[in-house]
Design a protein around this ligand. Structure first.
Ligand code: AMP
Ligand code: MG
Length: 337
């Protein structure tokens, strides 16, 4: 039986050739990165980039991240690279850190939603790097999920989310980080976090000292920080301990193995021993699986807000906020004004 989309082994040269041909033709390709799966187009091809927005139903004011294959490409697409940015690049590239820099005209306004700046990173996933370098051009790619939903970290999840909208997905295995890249901007030699992600604040501070956390919610300055990003379809409630699970018509995301298992239809443990890195790698895929269950509510155990836990908790809080925005009968203590 035909599978739509097909899942192709991203490590096979024939798969990459097919993906490069599609990109050259101005089509969109789903590919793995170490953070989450991406939905990419040739960053210099406006009609390809426009297709990404259509497929994701993403508002045009929400700019895309540009993925480069080599650090040397940076100067072709950005203007000045401040010393702080260079330091971050030397330490974190290739890897899950996106840096916002002044853009060169080669990058279309569609990619950057008309901003003077471009968000750029060099991924470390071998399939992503091979794809970009085989194309020989940067790939503009947001996460491979419908706008507002959780990011896919497995090829099979991308395939389900874009059934009949993609002809294939390059499979590079489960994403090793499992969270979106951390986004930083540099202003007046100061580093500002624009999105919490796969590089922790602690790691950034170890390198550059002070890092500012002030984020402007919902403005074009940080559109990915819209208040209802990353949310499952079912209402989600954060719990302090597994004892708070009252309804069995629920699914439960636990941070670590509890002493007593709650009664619910389906459960997932992010990391039996409470390892944040392991938890992050499982985070979206488990939530997506739990969201598919026929349940009234998803309970999610709180995660310590240190290291990668901060990025995960931020996503859970946004999901919870979305649930409370709409009056939902089964949500405990709805705070609906
Ligand atoms: P996604 O690719 O889905 O992870 O989302 C990319 C996010 O990167 C956007 O939602 C923005 O928050 C951020 N971004 C991209 N370009 C810029 C830019 N030029 N300035 C500020 N933020 C940006
Ligand atoms: Mg996204």
């Amino acid at each position: 039986m035909d599978q739509h989309p097909e899942i192709l082994d991203g490590y096979k040269p024939a798969s990459v050739e097919r993906a490069v041909a599609a990109l050259r033709a101005g089509d969109v390709v789903a590919f793995p990165t170490e953070t989450v799966y991406g939905l990419g187009a040739d960053a210099l091809n406006s009609s390809g980039v426009a297709k990404i927005f259509e497929m994701k139903k993403r508002p045009r004011f929400d700019p895309l991240i540009v993925h480069i294959g080599q650090k040397e490409w940076l100067s072709s697409f950005t203007k000045e690279v401040p010393p702080e940015a260079q330091k971050l690049i030397d330490r974190f590239w290739p890897g899950p850190l996106t840096i916002i820099l002044e853009k060169q005209p080669a990058i279309s306004d569609l990619v950057t939603a008309g901003l003077r700046t471009v968000a750029i990173r060099m991924p470390s996933h071998p399939v992503a790097l091979n794809l970009i370098n085989s194309l020989g051009k940067p790939i503009a790619a947001p996460s491979a999920n419908p706008f507002g939903y959780m990011s896919a970290t497995r090829a099979a999840h991308v395939a389900r989310m874009f059934e009949n909208k993609l002809s294939f997905v390059l499979d590079g295995g489960p994403c090793s980080f499992g969270l979106e890249s951390t986004i930083v901007a540099i202003k007046d030699r100061q580093v500002f976090v624009r999105r919490y992600g796969a590089v922790s604040l602690e790691d950034l501070r170890d390198l550059v000292g002070e890092v500012h956390e002030k984020m402007k919610h919902g403005t074009v300055d940080s559109p990915g920080q819209l208040p209802y990003h990353y949310a499952p379809h079912r209402p989600l409630v954060i719990i302090e301990t597994p004892d708070e699970v009252k309804s069995s018509a629920s699914s439960v995301l636990l941070f670590r193995t509890p002493s007593k298992m709650p009664v619910s239809k389906r459960m997932r443990i992010l990391s039996p021993h409470g390892d944040l890195r392991e938890a992050a790698a499982n985070f979206f895929s488990y939530l997506i699986e739990l969201d598919r269950e026929d349940v009234d509510i998803i309970y999610a155990e709180q995660i310590p807000e240190i290291g990668l836990g901060k990025a995960m908790m931020e996503r859970l809080k946004k999901a919870e906020k979305k649930a409370f925005r709409q009056p939902v009968d089964n949500v405990r203590n709805p705070v609906v004004s």
